[in-house]
Design a protein around this ligand. Structure first.
Ligand code: GDP
Length: 411
């Protein structure tokens, strides 16, 4: 936080640094009396009309939603809470705010008995919002399948009986699904509800809230305004003019997910990894004893196979090079090429900085070449889609602490 907040009038726009100022809130008047601290997003909204300045890298400590908002979620007399759980379509499992989802599930469960007895406990509800849908190869996907898949992944992520009041597939960049989402949120929030938008950093929350605000502004002629919320020191922002007179929309700071590979990359490395356009598959047919590297970040080994070969499709940013070769050469690839030909990381020194290189093993069995049997997702990077008819033992190598998630296939 120290590095995230600056003194009046100061602005820090160096890359990787924080852009934040002490607001010239009630301008000269307030200036004289006291100095009001607002976070970068409040400042951006006020001065640039966006929830976040697109060129800004905001370095703030992680936001503890569970501690800051948890106690307000189910109040016996208060208004209903609605939590918008945002997850990035291109990195669903890495970006899904699972601790918050679990909190909503557990809070609802804990108060369910009251509610059944007719006590006026307002159960919090959750809506899953899958962002950046335009990054998926949408022409070859059925929206119903993506919907069901996302719902199942959200439940798996929450690790609890998460009841969703809705699932929305959106693209703020294309305007897909934004109006439906706004209408549904208004309906669920009712006249006096409180709506909390929650998501990992870079999930597309600012872009979505701006799109929602534009959508609602077009109807009401109102402009988006904001106010820092007392007691939530790390910049929960109330966004006015979106939900009507009494219902409130709160924008919460982006969550820092240490299990996402992106969270340990430099801004320059992140640019290579972040997916910007519709994802394109890169498919290999490989045998036992062969490996596929994704940059210097991950490696998949086919350790054992009951059939001749399997299909492996890599879904990741096209700016990250792939390498297919013999597993017996994999160690020398790491030593000689990681950080150089195989980037990111950028520079061999960074390889050590990213942590210990560790392996997880997966046993996969499938009965079709045509459809992928399963995905192995690497949080913050992308996924391998595996297609096979038979059984395989796969080894997945990456840096310690990065989540590796086997899941039913998306594409
Ligand atoms: P935040 O950190 O959650 O507020 O995320 P931002 O709204 O700043 O978005 C992070 C990155 O994702 C930016 O580069 C956006 O341009 C990009 N982005 C956001 N929404 C979309 C979308 O709907 N589609 C695509 N393709 N990119 C998006």
């Amino acid at each position: 936080l120290k590095s995230g907040l600056l003194q009046e009038g100061q602005e820090n726009s160096r890359e990787g640094g924080a852009v934040a100022v002490v607001a010239a809130a009630a301008e000269a008047e307030a200036e004289k009396k006291s100095k009001v601290v607002v976070c970068a997003r409040c400042h951006s909204l006020r001065h640039y009309g966006h929830v976040k300045r697109p060129d800004a890298e905001v370095l703030l400590p992680d936001f503890d939603f569970v501690a800051a908002v948890g106690p307000r979620l189910a109040s016996p007399s208060g208004a209903r809470s609605l939590v918008l759980l945002l997850a990035d379509a291109s990195d669903f499992d890495g970006s899904f705010p699972r601790a918050v989802a679990r909190l909503v599930a557990v809070t609802s469960e804990a108060h369910h008995a009251d509610w059944k007895r007719g006590a006026p406990s307002n159960l919090p509800r959750a809506v899953l919002v899958v962002t950046k849908l335009d990054l998926l190869p949408t022409p070859s996907l059925s929206p119903d399948d993506v919907h069901a898949w996302a719902q199942a992944r959200a439940r798996a992520g929450a690790g609890a009986d998460l009841q969703l009041a809705g699932v929305h597939l959106v693209s703020a960049a294309r305007g897909w699904g934004v109006r439906d989402l706004l209408n549904h949120v208004r309906e669920l929030a009712g006249a006096r509800g409180k709506v909390w938008a929650v998501g990992a950093r870079n999930v597309g929350k600012s872009t979505l809230l701006n799109a929602i605000a534009r959508c609602s502004g077009a109807e009401s002629g109102q402009t988006l305004t904001e106010a820092p919320v007392p007691g939530t020191t790390l910049g929960v922002i109330r966004v006015d003019g979106v939900l009507g007179a009494q219902a409130k929309l709160f924008d919460t700071p982006g969550l820092l997910h240490g299990h996402q590979l992106t969270s340990r990359l430099t801004p320059e490395e992140q640019k290579l990894v972040q997916v910007r356009k519709e994802m394109r598959p890169r498919t290999y047919r490989i045998k036992a004893g062969q490996s596929i590297h994704i940059g210097g970040l991950v490696r998949l080994d086919v350790e054992d196979l009951t059939v001749g070969s399997i299909y492996v499709t890599v879904w990741a940013s096209p700016l990250v090079p792939l390498h297919m070769g013999k597993t017996e050469n994999a160690e020398s690839m790491m030593k000689d090429h990681f950080g150089l030909q195989l980037q990111p990381p950028i520079g061999q020194k960074r390889v050590k900085e990213l942590g210990k290189w560790v392996r997880k093993q997966f046993k996969v069995s499938g009965n079709s070449w045509d459809a992928n049997t399963m995905d192995i997702a690497i949080s913050g990077l992308g996924w391998y889609g595996i297609g096979l008819k038979g059984e395989a033992v796969l080894g997945l190598w990456t840096y310690d602490g990065v989540d590796v998630v086997p899941r039913s296939s998306l594409v």
